[in-house]
Design a protein around this ligand. Structure first.
Ligand code: C2E
Ligand code: CA
Ligand code: CA
Ligand code: CA
Length: 285
């Protein structure tokens, strides 16, 4: 009898604790949502640029990564606010801002001889990509800033492939026609089946840093990295490795025919002006 009562009480307490945590998380998300709203109005967001380089060190592009300088919390990681913005729908205005900012940056680069030819990859959330007029938004942002299409690339994640595939394929074809390349981000971490790969008009796949990290010590990560590189080669897709931190990792990838690299070994994400300097310093290879 007492035992049953104690069990019931314990279960109740557990439930209460759960409700408490959920409430706290909701409150936290609500206040973050308000802060994102205010942050957009007050220009607290900005982009940083991480070099994407060839084996010889020459910079061919950058990934644009969103940053938030919160007036009280300091720098908030996109890992913390992007999920909140995706949940609330704020990723739509935030994502449009990122695209505008990226196109403006490309416009500036086109006027700088040393930067002309450097491409810019922008992360796009599933919610953004699934908007009916997404391709139209891209086209008008490019037109507004006179951006040469081949310079703009989109990084899409596998997670969006659970949605209407024919819609996704149609959009990617339209982007392709516009000259905008698509890269499949975080490849290997999602649920996508390999058969999708041949249906999608992709230009590039990105080996996730989860596989790069232990490529020298974990034989299955090494096997996955090698398999992705071979797949790219056979399907005629460029493969870029992200999260490359050591020469050992780079040498392994290079030996397996990887041609594009991104990671702290080369550079952390940089402010625009520092990225432009990085390109100048690494152009005469
Ligand atoms: P991601 O697209 O997979 O971006 C790569 C992340 O790895 C970035 O984190 C980058 O700073 C970090 N990184 C780069 N090189 C290395 C390395 O050598 N070692 C390690 N450990 N990490 C490295 P970040 O900037 O914190 O971004 C986190 C995620 O937030 C991104 O993951 C992306 O999913 C999302 N994100 C960032 N900016 C945007 C954006 O503008 N729009 C959307 N929708 N998502 C974004
Ligand atoms: Ca990315
Ligand atoms: Ca990734
Ligand atoms: Ca990721």
């Amino acid at each position: 009898q007492v035992g049953v009562w104690i069990n019931a009480a314990t279960a109740m307490l557990g439930m209460l604790a759960l409700v408490h945590i959920t409430l706290m998380e909701t409150a936290e998300a609500n206040s973050l949502q308000r802060d994102i709203e205010r942050g957009m109005a007050r220009r607290e967001f900005f982009l940083v640029f991480q070099p994407q380089v060839q084996a010889d060190g020459k910079v061919v592009g950058a990934e644009a990564l969103l940053r938030w300088r919160h007036p009280q919390l300091g720098m908030v990681s996109p890992g913390d606010f992007i999920p909140v913005a995706e949940e609330s729908g704020q990723i739509l205005p935030l994502g449009s801002w990122v695209l505008q900012e990226a196109c403006q940056t490309l416009q500036r680069w086109a006027r700088t001889p040393a930067m002309d030819g450097v491409s810019l990859s922008v992360n796009v959330s599933a919610k953004q990509f699934l908007q009916p007029d997404f391709v139209g938004q891209i086209a008008s942002a490019m037109q507004q800033h006179g951006v040469v299409a081949a310079r703009l690339k989109l990084e899409l994640t596998e997670s969006m492939l659970v949605h209407d595939m024919s819609d996704i394929i149609a959009k990617m074809h339209s982007l392709h026609t516009l000259g905008v390349g698509c890269s499949l981000d975080d490849f290997g971490t999602g649920f996508s089946s390999l058969s999708y790969l041949k249906k999608l008009p992709l230009d590039q796949i990105k080996i996730d840093q989860a596989f790069v990290r232990d490529v020298l010590t974990d034989p299955s990560d090494a096997a996955i990295a090698r398999a992705v590189l071979q797949l790219g080669e056979n399907l005629g897709l460029a493969v870029i490795a992200e999260g490359v931190e050591t020469e050992g990792q780079r040498d392994f990838l290079l030996a397996n025919h990887c041609r594009l690299f991104q990671g702290y070994l080369y550079s952390r994400p940089l402010a625009a002006i520092d990225f432009e300097m990085y390109v100048a310093d690494n152009s005469a290879m």
